[in-house]
Write a new protein. Structure first.
Ligand code: IPE
Ligand code: IPE
Ligand code: MG
Length: 234
């Protein structure tokens, strides 16, 4: 099987998973957290080098205060202990997104897990938190404008490749982009990095997207003929 180097997952459907089971939406987020831990370990064992996951979008601040604070508290629990296995198995954790307006205790927990895993070499788990793809492109453009003004880079030296170095994390492009939970849209996830991603939409709600579901998405990926704009010659 052809293993994608970089997988992106839009982890959607936690709320519907819970409501359809007569539970509170928060139960769905808890279940989603457990699934993420399993998927990160499984992806590492398969040889995936980077896993980028959409944990909280800039637009998710439009949700109720109750849901937002539940999610923030849950994320803190994950960064302060619930991801211990992931940390111990050599996975380096990085974040993509804006700091503002995240709470101080969330930012501290993020810094702690980044510091704790910074020397891990097996693979990278890039957690997109308070993340927006358009915001990322705007923020990169502002950094580029500064670098041009300060003579660090010349206008004519900017290319689509070195533009990527200005994004929140300097990562290779996404090869396989998965969205769980029935919707067929990007919802502002890693727009720049997904430019040639194979896209896999699956009805399964995120909490149920377990190891064998990830295997199926990789099998789908393996059967794609990636042409990158050229014409196949054989
Ligand atoms: C994804 O599940 C998790 C986050 C966006 C934080 P949702 O909470 O969007 O679940 P649905 O889409 O309402 O089912
Ligand atoms: C995308 O899901 C964001 C995350 C998975 C964190 P949403 O549930 O926020 O997306 P929409 O609102 O259905 O587009
Ligand atoms: Mg959703």
């Amino acid at each position: 099987m052809n293993i994608p180097n970089h997988i992106g997952i839009i982890m959607d459907g936690n709320g519907r998973w819970a409501t359809e089971r007569g539970k509170k939406r928060s139960e769905g987020h808890k279940a989603g957290g457990k699934t993420l831990e399993k998927l990160a370990l499984h992806a590492k064992n398969l040889g995936v080098k980077i896993l980028s996951v959409y944990a909280f979008s800039t637009d998710n601040f439009k949700r109720s205060d109750e849901e937002v604070s539940f999610l923030m508290d849950l994320l803190i629990q994950y960064f302060n202990g619930k991801l211990n296995r992931v940390c111990e198995e050599g996975i380096k954790i990085v974040f993509s997104g804006r700091k503002e307006p995240l709470r101080k205790d969330v930012l501290e927990a993020m810094e702690n897990i980044v510091e704790r895993t910074k020397d891990n070499k097996e693979c990278i788990l890039n957690i997109c938190l308070n993340y927006g793809g358009q915001e990322e492109i705007v923020d990169a453009s502002l950094k580029i404008a500064d670098d041009i003004n300060n003579g660090i880079i010349k206008k004519e030296e900017l290319t689509r490749e070195n533009f990527m170095k200005y994004l929140y994390q300097d990562l290779p492009p996404i090869d396989l982009l998965i969205r769980t939970g029935k919707e067929h849209r990007l919802s502002n996830f890693m727009l720049y990095q997904s430019f040639y991603a194979e896209i896999y939409f699956v009805d399964t709600y995120f909490p149920d997207f377990l190891e064998t579901e990830l295997d199926k998405s990789i099998e789908y990926f393996s059967n794609r003929d990636r042409r990158f704009g050229s014409v196949k010659t054989n």
